[in-house]
Design a protein around this ligand. Structure first.
Ligand SMILES: [Cu+2]
Length: 307
């Protein structure tokens, strides 16, 4: 089979059929148009010919031929698309998790990676999960693209036919750093893949991460706290977990570690320990608005932003 994945042939065929038919008509119609403009120009034909009458034969021809042509295009499109929705039973399952603005791939044994690592010649099914907004997973070399919608279980599959590294990106504008959702699919040998899979890491905390994002979205936290390192009026949530920060307590500098305790305190009493460089008094207390378990979900979300 030619092409980087099993879908290359079918998709390319549909593309070239449609391109061929469209090109033929583009050239043909333009040529006829130019010919008519010259042949029937006003200087040679000052009076309009009004003797033209209807023709059933002509009507039939220009109805039937285009119908056949669009059905041909539909057939090739369908033939290329239908197998994409028909996942083989022996496919390897990988969760593809999209968030603003990165991808995480989680394998059957719980291992996670930021690149998609797959063995050559084996069908791979991707369960498409978004923890925040609409994204789309696109691998141009494999000719595959599907939307990744929060709260909806979408999927895609492919078999990679050639070793190599292929671009994988988000194809749905999902905010400021949409373009940062660029990673790769690494197609490796069977043995290499098995070896790589042998080092499992942690269990899935995906649901908590998604719930945590929901909490910060519903409570307006995102207006001041970004998730990508951008400095808004407050600290970004990215890459802060476990790090040290200088804070002001009653006008005196102290060093704190961003841990569960500090985050709890900062949500319930935000102005007690304000990080140096930020204005105190901007954030209201969320006492009574966010429960302990809400705060714990926020902590899971913040942890997930650690790269
Ligand atoms: Cu995206």
């Amino acid at each position: 089979m030619s092409g980087a994945s099993n879908f290359v042939e079918g998709v390319d065929l549909a593309f070239y059929v449609i391109l061929g038919i469209s090109s033929f008509f583009l050239v043909g119609i333009t040529a006829v148009m130019i010919y008519f403009v010259i042949r029937y120009r006003k200087s040679k034909n000052p009076k309009a010919d009004t003797s033209i009458t209807g023709s059933n034969k002509l009507e039939l021809i220009w109805t039937i031929i285009p119908t056949i042509l669009v059905l041909v295009m539909f057939y090739y499109g369908w033939a290329g698309f239908a197998p994409m929705r028909d996942v083989p039973d022996d496919a390897i399952n990988v969760k593809a998790i999209a968030r603003m603005w990165s991808w995480t791939f989680e394998y059957e044994n719980g291992k996670k990676s930021d690149k998609l690592i797959v063995p050559k010649g084996k069908p791979v099914k991707l369960d498409l999960i978004s923890v925040d907004v609409n994204h789309a997973l696109y691998v141009p070399a494999f000719r595959i693209k599907e939307d990744v919608i929060p709260g909806r279980n979408n999927y895609m599959w492919f078999t990679a036919n050639q070793f190599g590294s292929y671009d994988l990106m988000c194809a749905e504008y999902c905010g400021l750093r949409h373009a940062y959702m660029l990673t790769t699919v690494e197609v490796v040998g069977d043995d290499e893949w098995v070896e790589w899979m042998k080092t499992p890491e942690g269990e899935s905390d995906l649901d908590k991460v998604a719930e945590g994002f929901n909490v910060i979205k519903m409570n307006g936290c995102v207006a001041c706290h970004s998730s990508d390192g951008t400095k808004l009026v407050a600290n970004s949530f990215k890459d802060i977990w476990g790090t040290e920060r200088k804070v002001l307590v009653n006008g005196e500098e102290q060093t704190v570690i961003i841990d569960s305790e500090y985050i709890h305190e900062s949500i319930y009493d935000p102005n007690v320990k304000v990080v140096v460089g930020y204005n105190p008094g901007l954030m209201p207390s969320y006492k009574g608005m966010l429960s302990e378990s809400d705060v714990n979900l926020i902590i899971e979300y913040i942890k997930s932003l650690q790269q």
